[in-house]
Write a new protein. Structure first.
Length: 109
């Protein structure tokens, strides 16, 4: 159950980071309103706060989070940008999640 809780926290953290970066992208690249910077800043603040809720040392959290972030980012690519990930994307996600799992499950402190 603890692993599912951590995974859910990683997914929420990744979404907060992606949203915080995607909104300024819309403003800069797609001529959307600069008002998008306000929710972007709030989303990045939530991202930072969520990072503090993880139970392991910061460096380990960032390393394991990277694997989950890759999966969430490619899901975003599919759902939001309507670009279906390739089979190599799927393999890359699997490898990165395996690495994240090894980091988290091997953690002693």
């Amino acid at each position: 159950m603890e692993l599912l809780k951590i995974l859910g926290l990683f997914v929420a953290t990744a979404l907060a980071e992606i949203i915080g970066c995607y909104l300024p992208y819309l403003w800069l690249k797609h001529d959307r309103t600069a008002w998008l910077l306000l929710p972007a800043a709030a989303s990045l603040a939530v991202f930072v706060w969520l990072l503090t809720l993880h139970p392991h040392a910061a460096g380990r959290v960032y390393a394991a989070y990277g694997g989950v972030y890759i999966g969430v980012a490619l899901t975003w690519l599919w759902v939001v940008d309507s670009i279906r990930p390739s089979w190599t994307d799927a393999v890359g996600v699997a490898v990165s999640l395996l690495g994240a799992s090894i980091i988290l499950l091997g953690a002693k402190t």
